[in-house]
Design a protein around this ligand. Structure first.
Ligand SMILES: N[C@@H](CCC(=O)N[C@@H](CS)C(=O)NCC(=O)O)C(=O)O
Length: 102
């Protein structure tokens, strides 16, 4: 059982690291919302240490950074490209394998 996400059945674990004042974050949230997917919205706007953690995990320096099943998939442009390629739904439908925790 996870404290961060409670996956119901067949959906992926999704995390969005972002801020409240970022247009790309808003666009990413809109896209995820349009998919009806639950995600953890982690505000790094007032927490430089958390932002550094995000950068280390993702390898990206901008917000948002999105993770699907703990894999960094990039920012808004990246999930929009996945959507255009018809790949986003597949990723979102993939349930997180039991990772044993990281
Ligand atoms: N291509 C990126 C662009 C993201 C981006 O430029 N985000 C801005 C905030 S809206 C950012 O992080 N700028 C650098 C910074 O704030 O340090 C995406 O689609 O996510």
């Amino acid at each position: 059982m996870s404290d961060a996400n409670s996956n119901s059945g067949s959906t992926a674990s999704v995390k969005l690291y972002g801020t409240s004042i970022c247009g790309y974050c808003a666009a990413a949230r809109r896209l995820l919302d349009s998919k009806g997917v639950a995600y953890e919205d982690i505000d790094v706007g007032r927490d430089p240490e958390l932002r550094r953690h995000m950068e280390q995990l993702s390898g990206g320096r901008t917000v948002p950074q999105i993770f699907i099943n703990d894999k960094p998939v990039g920012g808004y442009d990246d999930i929009a490209a996945l959507e255009q390629a018809g790949e986003l739904d597949k990723l979102l439908a993939t349930r997180q394998p039991d990772s044993g925790g990281i």
